[in-house]
Design a protein around this ligand. Structure first.
Ligand SMILES: Cc1ncc(COP(=O)(O)O)c(C=O)c1O
Length: 414
């Protein structure tokens, strides 16, 4: 390792120098980040809800290295061994029935952006040129590109950028009547899609709408011919204790986007998949959806395949359900009555602790003082801040207990 670390390491890294110097991480192991000064920080959020298989799995490095030795870069997006193998593995074992097509990209924003293009292209291919609007929820987060910020309802991350963002209709996160009204107001024949996170993550901290809401949403979208886009960038690949977050509810998406857990933090990989009825009119019209320069390089697909091997071999989706249940009940018992906590909620290993009278930033600082990273969720004054817990799906019972112990110790200092 050639870099040298000083107290001012972050002056040399990043666009803007942070006010407080964060730790310098030199290694990652299991559920821990190892710092240059020897400190070990529990990664109780899997970074940004990413490291589903945990840190330090050497077999991913081996798979990527092996693939990279035989193929580096192939564009146009022609078939290569790992591209094909990953697409086959996904359609055979991971994607919902009837989802036979997959498009790869590098990150979640690229994938949700592509889903918007896909929805528009679907309608165009059917001769329905008027449909282009995408309705989103408040709060929500779908990415940091201009289009994904525009369809999203993360008001803090949109702040100041409004002149760049088209005015897409927005509806409250738990009100299906408002969705029907928004479609009517927008002009039903102009609405292409409704985008939703099955469990709202970055903007609110694991908010879950009720079953009746999803039932009604499905009916409203079907009634108006509006495509349902499930943004499972966070909730996909077992995070909620089921393969897909939407599978807890009576709603079936037409387009499904996922990212973080697919590469598990080892490789930057995301995907868009769609039900056959979405893709077939595009093929029939001789169209397509433009790819990216990095739309699933072969070695990155090899890395994602190795991640899925571990997910399947260790049945980590089932562990997410079991460990999530333990963590939820222990967190409720340990901090549910704390004066700064209004609710502990979520699904599987995506758990939000909603805060009152204290900001997520201050609560995260208190956790860092206990050598634990937790994701600060929230999106502005309209939504209470939360701590978002999302440890690796491989987390053990003892590690869950330690995370809960440190959370209680952190909140006790507030
Ligand atoms: C639900 C959701 N969609 C999209 C994104 C954007 O993903 P990325 O940061 O990989 O571009 C995120 C990131 O947190 C997310 O949580």
């Amino acid at each position: 390792m050639s870099a040298t670390f000083t107290d001012a390491s972050h002056d040399r890294y990043g666009l803007v120098t942070p006010a407080v110097q964060p730790p310098v991480v030199v290694a990652t192991e299991g559920i821990e980040l190892v710092c240059a000064d020897g400190r070990r920080i529990i990664d109780a959020a899997g970074g940004a809800v990413v490291t589903n298989i945990g840190h330090g799995r050497a077999e991913i490095a081996d798979a990527v290295a092996t693939a990279l030795r035989s193929i580096d870069y192939v564009v146009p997006i022609w078939a290569t061994p790992n591209r094909l193998a990953l697409a086959d593995r996904l359609t055979e074992r991971w994607l919902p029935d009837g989802f036979g097509h997959v498009f790869f990209a590098g990150g979640g924003s690229e994938a949700t952006d592509t889903a918007v293009r896909l929805a528009r292209t679907h309608h165009l291919s059917r001769g329905d040129e008027r449909r282009y609007k995408v309705i989103g929820r408040v709060p929500s987060y779908h990415g940091a590109t201009v289009t994904t910020l525009a369809i999203g309802g993360h008001m803090a991350r949109r702040a100041g950028l409004d002149p760049l963002l088209p005015e897409w209709p927005k509806v409250p996160w738990n009100d299906a009547d408002a969705l029907a009204a928004a479609i009517e107001a927008a002009g039903p024949d102009t609405v292409a899609a409704f985008i939703f996170e099955p469990v709202i993550g970055a903007s609110a901290g694991a908010l879950v709408a009720d079953v009746d809401y999803w039932q009604q949403v499905a009916e409203v979208c079907r009634h108006y011919g509006v495509l349902l886009i499930a943004d499972e960038v966070m909730t996909g690949f077992g995070r909620t204790g089921r393969t897909w977050g939407h599978q807890h509810d009576p709603v079936t998406p037409d387009i499904l986007v996922s990212a973080k857990g697919l590469g598990g933090g080892y490789v930057p990989m995301s995907m868009v998949t769609a039900a056959d009825h979405v893709v077939e009119p595009i093929a029939a019209a001789g169209g397509n959806v433009m790819f990216f320069t990095y739309s699933g390089p072969d070695a990155m697909c090899a890395g994602a395949l190795a991640v899925l091997d571990i997910m399947e071999r260790e049945d980590l989706t089932a562990n997410a359900a079991a460990a999530g249940q333990r963590m939820m009940s222990e967190l409720r018992a340990a901090v549910g009555d704390h004066r700064c906590v209004t609710e502990v909620r979520g699904r599987g290993l995506m758990i939000g602790v909603e805060l009152a009278g204290v900001s997520a930033a201050a609560a995260v600082d208190a956790c860092l003082a206990q050598d634990m990273w937790v994701y600060p969720a929230g999106s502005g004054p309209a939504v209470p801040d939360s701590l978002l817990f999302a440890p690796p799906l491989s987390v053990s019972a003892a590690e869950v207990d330690e995370i809960v112990r440190r959370t209680a110790a952190a909140l006790a200092t507030l």
